[in-house]
Design a protein around this ligand. Structure first.
Ligand code: DX5
Ligand code: ZN
Length: 224
């Protein structure tokens, strides 16, 4: 499993998004993680398709969109048009329409993923991974979604371990509180896609943090 390090642009200077994106790519980022919040599914409001569309004009990077929204279906069409690469919706917000969601996300040329909050049992995403038209990534939230800069919840690692055991080649992403002091727990549990906001943007040398995160994931992957 390839390591994908995805700085969360929520911690960037939104007033200079294009140059912040370029800076992260120059520091070795694989993906740019874009947190889309509707002020309803979570108590915070961030960006939507117009901002993704603007950023897309400045970069060819993989835009890993994390939808913390109550009605993900409403976002498929606009995000597809805006140039989003990945579309990760929450299982808690798609109980009755995830099959349609996956179909539509793929038809717009995006890569479907499913996310779950810390309190949601891992079994809830199994049908989406095992479906004949499956999600291609599972995002295990390691904090309550809504804000950057929160503390990593180590108890969520049981879910990552269960997923990795069941699906050896699945992309498993972790998001929230990841940095030099928590990466070992996540990487050794089996996560290969790492979102990091405050630890990367708050560092004097973001490139060093990105390379340390990658090294941890690669070391574990090499020993499998
Ligand atoms: C939280 C977001 C995260 C957040 C991570 O709801 O989904 O992507 O930006 O930020 P840090 O790494 O600071 O916890
Ligand atoms: Zn996120």
């Amino acid at each position: 499993m390839a390591a994908k390090i995805a700085p969360s642009m929520l911690s960037s200077d939104f007033g200079n998004l294009a140059s912040e994106a370029e800076r992260m790519l120059n520091c070795g980022a694989d993906w740019l993680h874009m947190d889309i919040m509707d002020g309803h599914f979570v108590p915070n409001l961030t960006i939507g398709a117009p901002v993704i569309e603007s950023l897309r004009k400045h970069t060819k990077a993989y835009l890993d969109c994390h939808l913390m929204v109550t009605n993900p279906l409403d976002y498929v069409e606009p995000l597809g048009k805006s140039g989003a690469s990945g579309f990760t919706f929450h299982v808690e917000a798609s109980k009755d329409n995830w099959q349609e969601l996956i179909r539509r996300i793929k038809s717009k040329g995006m890569r479907p993923g499913v996310a779950l909050k810390p309190g949601t049992p891992i079994e809830e995403v199994y049908p989406l991974v095992e479906n004949e038209n499956p999600v291609e990534m599972v995002l295990v939230m390691t904090v309550e979604p809504g804000f950057g800069g929160q503390k990593f919840m180590p108890e969520t690692m049981d879910k990552v371990r269960a997923l990795r055991k069941k699906y050896p080649s699945l992309d498993i992403e972790v998001d929230g509180g990841l940095g030099p002091s928590t990466i070992h727990a996540a990487a050794s549990a089996g996560a290969n896609c790492i979102v990091a906001g405050s630890s990367v943007f708050g560092a004097a040398e973001p490139a060093q943090v990105i390379s340390l995160l990658r090294k941890s994931v690669n070391e574990v992957q090499e020993n499998i």
